[in-house]
Design a binder for this molecule. Structure first.
Ligand SMILES: [Zn+2]
Length: 224
């Protein structure tokens, strides 16, 4: 999850209900070799994928025990499926032991290794391409790179992500089809060129320039 947009209204009400909201947190080291291993593996794979050599001062992984803490960190009521987020500097994940209790997911089957890679990928994306104003682009990259298709299988039909719907269900698959059909370099060219673009018309013309087609569902459905 890369939460920056569409949270103003939720955030306002959260403040209203929590006028003296706590914003002080105590952090202590968590000696967890499993999570440390997941992080190091993810960093190595992400460095490889994005062509970077990021070794020093890498993003910290903060493990939080409950939804209450996630909400305070995010300054809003989060959905019960949210088990991690990225700030652009560090990532937070829900304590794997508490996933069943504090989220709608089954902690016994949830793949925390992929979650860590997904959230770290958002940071690599921002560092490499300067971010995006279109959530499907960065969520798609994170889902694709973290290989989370066990949660979001390739859909039969694309009909939502370009309109800001079904982002998680469709965007990973859409990025996968672009990379499989056009190669990573072409997709990286698109990611570089879309930096700073705000309106859909400009994004459309960049898409057409790079991939030679209109950015529409039929194009993605035909790539299947
Ligand atoms: Zn995400």
């Amino acid at each position: 999850m890369n939460s920056r947009k569409n949270t103003k209204i939720i955030r306002y009400f959260f403040y209203e209900e929590h006028p003296n909201m706590n914003s002080i947190f105590k952090i202590t080291p968590f000696n967890n070799t499993l999570l440390q291993g997941y992080k190091e593996k993810a960093m190595a794979e992400l460095n490889d994928f994005f062509g970077r050599k990021w070794v020093y001062n890498t993003p910290k992984v903060f493990v939080v025990d409950d939804r209450e803490t996630i909400n305070l960190l995010q300054e809003k009521e989060t959905e019960n499926w949210v088990v991690g987020f990225s700030t652009g500097v560090y990532i937070c994940i829900l304590n794997p032991d508490n996933i069943s209790k504090e989220s709608c997911h089954d902690g016994s089957t949830y793949k925390v290794e992929k979650l860590i890679k997904h959230e770290l990928c958002h940071i690599f994306f921002n560092k490499s391409f300067g971010g995006t104003n279109f959530p499907w682009i960065t969520e798609g990259m994170s889902i694709y790179v973290a290989d989370q298709f066990y949660k979001y299988p390739i859909p039969e039909m694309f009909n939502g992500f370009l309109d800001g719907k079904k982002i998680y269900q469709e965007s990973g698959a859409s990025i996968k089809l672009l990379i499989d059909n056009f190669g990573k370099d072409k997709v990286f060219e698109f990611l570089r060129k879309q930096n700073g673009v705000k309106d859909i018309e400009s994004l459309n013309s960049i898409f057409k320039e790079v991939f030679g087609s209109k950015m529409e569902y039929s194009f993605f459905n035909n790539l299947h």
